[in-house]
Design a protein around this ligand. Structure first.
Ligand code: UDP
Ligand code: MG
Length: 322
């Protein structure tokens, strides 16, 4: 029997690119000897994305759409796609054609030839992105690796191919705040890199403004490491040691006359601000973890699906899809 492949495409306000993405992905899949489907996940778009996708599903039954009730975020959209996929392999790709779909056959070949369960794409170069984005991304992946207890490959996005065993393990993950690229590394099995050059966005603007990037970075750090808590404790120790040292130095200075402690208004002021800062930072770090625990214990669903298109055909024989 032929192996099957699902291509998962999260989209948020992608009316400018979605038609072209569909054309390029489906052209690749047609020339390819696998049973395939494309799952577009509409992440609460406020433009014509859903309308365009609905039109495509009428013409092409191998295109499925999951549409959220609102914007839940990129990682939730990918999660929904993987949760609804019952193929032997799943490929996660952005809608904006920054990750060229023409690489899919090579990635599948690599998976077959190496016997790996994950082929993750590593960006050799990133075209058409701002200097800030490139520099912050480079720094972020390295810093995250320093924090993380699991080794995470640097300069990789969610553009990757995963096989059935990884899909099944992914479905068993209960946490609501998902940093997908990290979780796939955490799942393990054999994972091999695939090097490529990231293109510029085909059209439209990035859907990752600074605020979303920051939230994404926070999730990855808080879910993959408890090091910030330990760093906070170390900071506390350093400040206490510093204060003690200063106290001893002042007393000795008074006795032996090498300091003039009572004239130190500025030093007092600086110290108060310094320790205040250390305390606020520590409370902030603890607060961030507590906030995440609060979010997790509420146990709300990760996303709300408003509509599914073209899923009817496999509803009876696939219990995963509801
Ligand atoms: N995306 C999404 N929900 C969001 C933000 C982005 O589904 O809230 C999708 C978006 O449509 C695209 C992918 O996630 O397919 C990556 O977003 P984008 O290309 O804007 O990010 P960048 O490449 O600039 O980091
Ligand atoms: Mg992009």
């Amino acid at each position: 029997m032929k192996k099957s492949l699902s291509v998962i495409v999260p989209c948020f306000n992608e009316e400018a690119v979605i038609e072209e993405s569909y054309k390029r992905i489906s052209a690749v899949l047609k020339s390819f000897d696998y049973t395939s489907e494309i799952i577009f996940v509409n992440d609460g778009s406020r433009d014509r994305t859903l309308e365009i996708l609905s039109g495509i599903t009428l013409k092409d039954k191998s295109v499925k759409v999951i549409s959220f009730s609102r914007n839940f975020g990129h990682q939730k959209a990918v999660t929904a796609g993987v949760n609804s996929c019952s193929s032997d392999m799943a490929l996660i790709i952005d809608a904006d054609l920054q990750d060229p779909p023409e690489l899919i056959p090579d990635m599948v070949n690599m998976m077959e030839n190496t016997g790996a369960q994950v082929v993750y794409c590593v960006r050799k170069a990133r075209k058409g992105e701002s200097l800030f984005k490139k520099a912050s991304a480079k720094l972020f992946y390295r810093f995250l690796n320093f924090l993380s207890e699991v080794k995470l490959p640097v300069d990789t996005g969610d553009f990757r191919l995963i096989d059935k065993s990884v899909i099944q393990e992914f479905d068993r993950l209960n946490e609501k705040g998902k940093y997908i690229r990290g979780l796939i590394s955490w799942i393990g099995f054999k994972q091999v890199p695939f090097y490529y050059e990231r293109e510029a966005r085909f059209a439209g603007e990035t859907k990752y403004p600074f605020s979303k990037m920051l939230k994404f970075a926070m999730t990855s750090m808080l879910y993959f490491s408890t090091k910030p808590l330990r760093i906070a404790t170390s900071l506390g120790f350093i400040s206490v040691a510093f204060a003690l040292g200063l106290a001893i130095w002042s007393v000795l200075g008074k006795i032996f006359g090498f300091t003039h402690a009572d004239s130190g208004w500025t030093s007092l002021f600086v110290l108060i601000i310094f320790f205040g800062g250390v305390q606020l930072l520590t409370v902030g770090i603890v607060g961030a973890y507590v906030g995440n625990i609060f979010d997790e214990v509420k146990n709300r669903p990760e996303y709300i699906v408003e509509k599914k298109l073209n899923f009817e055909q496999d509803e009876e024989n696939n219990p995963k899809i509801s």
